[in-house]
Design a protein around this ligand. Structure first.
Ligand code: GNR
Ligand code: NI
Length: 173
């Protein structure tokens, strides 16, 4: 399967709210596999379906050191969040080469369905907690740059538009 195309900020489709998955069927399992392949190929620790222009509640991630522990979260819901907050530098495959600090819950517990349709819960901290919250934001149409000041966000928007324009410009011999 070829890699999926990742939408780049400020593409308006990144602000689409994802719908719940009705049944974990072959189509959804194929989507999970294609998303994992796309995530690994782009050296990401997570990917939300929104980023590949599929507006259903599917997330894949792998925050392990060896990057051989894929996690699939279908219809994820946060069932617990810590009062304690933590600030970390975030990046996003939809906003390449931009890294900014974002404050989030230090720990979260997420309930989701796995690739086999079974419901499970995952207690997360550190990078995994950051990643789960970052990906769940994508599913509700939110990109991490929306936590930044309007000034910073506009600067990033302009930079991304310029970058995309340059990449699409016809090459001269
Ligand atoms: O690959 C990614 N790295 C990352 C680093 C810090 C905080 C969040 C992330 S998620 C990001 C992949 C991505 O864009 N997922 O939506
Ligand atoms: Ni992202």
């Amino acid at each position: 399967m070829p890699c999926l195309t990742i939408l780049r900020y400020p593409d308006p489709r990144l602000h689409t709210v994802a719908k719940p998955v009705q049944g974990v069927d072959a189509r959804i399992r194929q989507l999970c596999d294609d998303m994992l392949e796309t995530m690994y190929a782009n050296d990401g620790v997570g990917l939300a379906a929104t980023q590949v222009d599929v507006h259903e509640r599917v997330i894949v991630m792998d925050t392990s050191e060896g990057r051989k522990q894929p996690v699939v979260l279908i219809n994820p819901e946060l069932v617990a969040t810590s009062d304690e907050m933590a600030t970390a530098e975030e990046g996003c495959l939809s906003v390449p080469q931009i890294y900014e600090s974002v404050q989030r819950h230090a720990r979260v517990t997420v309930r989701a369905q796995a690739r086999n349709g079974e419901t499970f819960e995952l207690e997360c901290e550190g990078l995994t907690a950051v990643c789960v919250q970052h990906e769940m934001d994508h599913l509700r149409g939110k990109v991490f740059v929306e936590y930044l000041s309007a000034f910073k966000r506009d600067r990033i928007k302009t930079k991304m538009l310029k970058k995309t324009r340059e990449e699409q410009a016809p090459r001269r011999a």
